[in-house]
Structure formats: structure tokens, C-alpha cells
Write a protein that binds this ligand. Structure first.
Ligand code: HGY
Ligand code: MN
Ligand code: MN
Length: 416
């Protein structure tokens, strides 16, 4: 059997083929502002899925789809009795998505398969590339929903009932786009899982480092707040008689920003979605619906932040004479990846002559769910300016190719 290291040293993935596929997929769901918009289970997501499934089939992969719409392409190994090696990510996007978030990990996985096909190299373990449903959580909450169901963290029937921000029901959308698959949940029990992803943060770019060997991933807390006040005339209502949901809403936004300043460290907070009703210039808002995204690498500190917000909401409701209710949208504790796998990623980056560093993931990823069932780690490549969830999201082609070569080396080593 050829020496694995020698094979992967000599072999590079086909950069041109990878870049072409990334650009083609990025064109599916492109908006006028040049964003990539394929919200989970929409028509655009279906088109993206159909395209990537067709590429899997062209590579001779066996494609299976599970009841939550996760897609798996399998390239048979010489020892099918062994548990497979899995890589993959997601191809659903936020509304203002870039070309690489999620797409890159999936298409680099297919590029690894194409490269092994080019040299007729058969790995011992089967290689599986996964596409997980609704990683973004921008239309259905929680995020990473497909991989969460896959690892048994959420019951399938509960997930199928989840309502979208636009009122659609997840299970009905799966049927509508033809991805309510029949393959048993969790059919592929991976020996190990490696996810390749753009960093979506500024660290690698600022430090001029080419590869991130990801050690851990921060905890995430999502909630939707509904604040009910009283609509009234903006001109005639004395300030001390107002029950202004709009003011209460902006107080929450200011509070969570202050909270991150007070806590320091890795605490982050975002109010990303706000709807005021009736949303009119001369009417005091009767109702505000807003989302709060809190994250921290430390579970105890994340709980502390949640408690501080909760205490604030109680006093705010009291002082403004409004009612405030909270609906939990997502809650995942911080995850530590497999140190041995992270070491191998650093090793392969090194042997490919690529600068590398250990790091934490600020974003959620499907890997955090796969880590519940098998040794898992992640490879990051730089995001220019740290920009993501934005059409300006960019990673240099050379860096995308380097990341895919580290993936090739890591997967082929694990597959033996
Ligand atoms: O929110 C996240 O971190 C991921 O993009 N779903
Ligand atoms: Mn992603
Ligand atoms: Mn994302």
C-alpha cells in the first residue's frame, strides 16, 4: 500500500476544480446585493442540494438522505466492515450569506474524493461527506438542527414540528422540497469526523497564519423575547405614563452590550432581530419581539450572563410597566474537540509547510454535534477581515486550496 504521507505530499487537490464548484454553488440563490441566500428548506436550498447531490453521483458516491434531510455521499473503502471516516458541513445559508460558509467544507470533502478517484486510491475505511440540514438556524431554530437530530440530541418528531420565522413547518418543507429521506437516522456511525470551515473571525487573517487547528467551540444561548407594552399617541402621552415596548427593547440591546463590557473575556452578545408593532413614527410601540444571542467559551460564565440578563428583564418590566416573556431557541454548552485529531491537523499543516495555530471556534458548527458521538475536530482557513454572514465574506483561493490539502492528508490518514 502506497505510503499515505507520500501520497498526500505528492498529491494536491485540484484547486481549479474546487474553486469552480464553489463559485457555481455560490451562484445558487444569489441576490441583487450579491449575497448567497439559501435559507434552510427553501426552493433555493433545494436547488443547492440537487446540484451537490448530482456532483456526488458524478463522483460515483452512494447518496443517502435521512428523515431530517441530512445528505450523505459515501465512497466505499476496501474494508466496508470498518466504521467510516466522515467530513462535511452545511449548504444552507443566512439571508446575507457569503460563498464559503458551510459550502467550503462540503465541496472540499467532494474534492478530496475526486482527488482520490483521480489516482484510483482506495482507502480502507469508507469516506462519507455529510450535508447537514439547517445548520444556520436563521429560518428554523435551533441552529445545527440536522446534526443535532442525527446524533440523537433532539427527537425527530419534535424537529419536524419546528415552525420557521415565516410560519412554515419544518416537516412539511422537507416533503415539499423532496428531502424527507428514508435512510435510518444515524446510519453512518463515524470512526471520526473532521469539518473544514472558514474561520469567520479575524484571528488567522490578522496573524497571517494559514491553518487553524480548532481545539474547542464556545457555548451558545439563543432566546426570543416578547415585550408587551401599550400603544399610545407619541405626542400626547406624558413620558411617565408610557409603557413603551420600543424603549424597553433598546434597553435590552444596551444592557447586553454593557454586560459584555463588564464581563470582558470571551463574552459576546448580539440582538440581531427586532420587530416593533405597529412600527409607526407617531405610535408608542405596543410590542417588541427581539432575539438575544449570548456566547462564551466558559459554561459557568455563560450561565452568569443569562442570569444577569434575566434579572435585568425583571427590573425592566417593573420599571416600564411592560410584560416580558422569553422563548428558548437554542442552548448548547461549550465543546472541546479531540486533542489527538487536533494534533494530526497541526501535524499535516506543518508537513505541508503551512503556518498554523490552535484556536477556538466562535461560531457554532455541525462538528460540535458530531463530537457527541465520535472523535471530532475542525480545520479553519483565514477569513479576510474576519467578515462572514455577509456577501463580502472572502478567503483567498490559495488558502482554500491549502485547507483542502490539509483535509486530504488528515482524512486519508484516518481512513487507514
Ligand atoms: O450561529 C452560528 O454560529 C452558526 O453560523 N450557525
Ligand atoms: Mn457554517
Ligand atoms: Mn454560518
Amino acid at each position: 500500500m502506497k505510503d499515505i504521507e507520500a501520497m498526500t505530499q505528492q498529491r494536491s487537490i485540484n484547486g481549479q476544480r474546487l474553486m469552480h464548484q464553489l463559485q457555481t454553488l455560490a451562484g445558487v440563490g444569489r441576490t441583487h446585493s450579491n449575497a448567497c441566500c439559501r435559507l434552510a428548506l427553501t426552493e433555493e436550498d433545494r436547488q443547492g442540494r440537487d446540484l451537490v447531490v448530482s456532483w456526488m453521483k458524478e463522483l460515483g458516491m452512494v447518496v443517502s438522505i435521512d428523515p431530517i434531510g441530512n445528505i450523505f455521499g459515501a465512497r466505499a473503502g476496501s474494508r466496508p466492515e470498518l466504521a467510516p471516516i466522515m467530513t462535511g458541513s452545511h449548504i444552507d445559508t443566512v439571508r446575507t450569506g457569503g460563498a464559503y460558509d458551510g459550502n467550503y467544507g462540503v465541496l472540499a470533502g467532494l474534492e478530496v474524493v475526486a482527488t482520490l478517484n483521480d489516482v484510483q486510491y482506495t482507502t480502507e475505511r469508507t469516506l462519507v461527506v455529510g450535508i447537514f440540514t439547517n445548520e444556520e438556524g436563521a429560518r428554523f431554530a435551533p441552529d445545527m438542527l440536522g446534526s443535532l437530530v442525527y446524533v440523537g440530541g433532539m427527537a425527530l418528531d419534535e424537529a419536524l414540528k419546528v415552525k420557521a420565522t415565516d410560519g412554515a413547518v419544518l416537516g412539511e418543507e422537507l416533503i415539499r422540497i423532496g428531502y424527507n429521506g428514508k435512510t435510518a437516522l444515524g446510519k453512518h456511525k463515524p470512526h471520526a469526523f473532521i469539518e473544514l470551515h472558514i474561520e469567520q473571525g479575524p484571528l488567522l487573517d490578522i496573524e497571517g497564519i494559514k491553518i487553524g487547528a480548532v481545539e474547542n467551540l464556545q457555548g451558545i444561548s439563543w432566546q426570543e423575547l416578547t415585550i408587551v407594552g401599550q400603544s399610545n399617541h407619541a405626542g400626547t402621552t406624558p413620558m411617565h405614563l408610557r409603557h413603551d415596548a420600543g424603549y424597553a427593547c433598546s434597553s435590552v440591546s444596551t444592557f447586553v452590550r454593557e454586560l459584555t463590557r463588564r464581563m470582558g473575556g470571551n463574552q459576546v452578545a448580539t440582538v440581531g432581530h427586532v420587530v416593533l408593532t405597529p412600527n409607526l413614527i407617531n405610535v408608542i410601540a405596543a410590542q417588541a419581539t427581539l432575539t438575544v444571542d449570548l456566547r462564551n467559551t466558559d459554561e459557568a460564565l455563560l450561565r452568569q450572563a443569562e442570569q444577569a440578563l434575566n434579572d435585568f428583564l425583571i427590573s425592566l418590566a417593573e420599571s416600564e410597566g411592560v410584560t416580558i416573556t422569553s422563548r428558548r431557541l437554542a442552548r448548547f454548552e461549550p465543546v472541546t474537540f479531540d486533542a489527538g485529531l487536533t494534533d494530526r491537523i497541526a501535524h499535516h499543516a506543518n508537513s505541508l509547510g503551512l503556518s498554523h495555530r490552535r484556536m477556538t471556534s466562535g461560531a457554532g458548527h455541525d462538528a460540535q454535534m458530531l463530537a457527541r458521538i465520535c472523535p471530532t475536530s475542525m480545520i479553519f482557513v483565514p477569513s479576510v477581515g474576519g467578515i462572514s454572514h455577509n456577501p463580502a465574506e472572502h478567503t483567498e483561493a490559495a488558502d482554500l486550496i491549502s485547507g483542502a490539502n490539509v483535509l486530504l492528508a488528515t482524512l486519508t490518514e484516518l481512513a487507514h
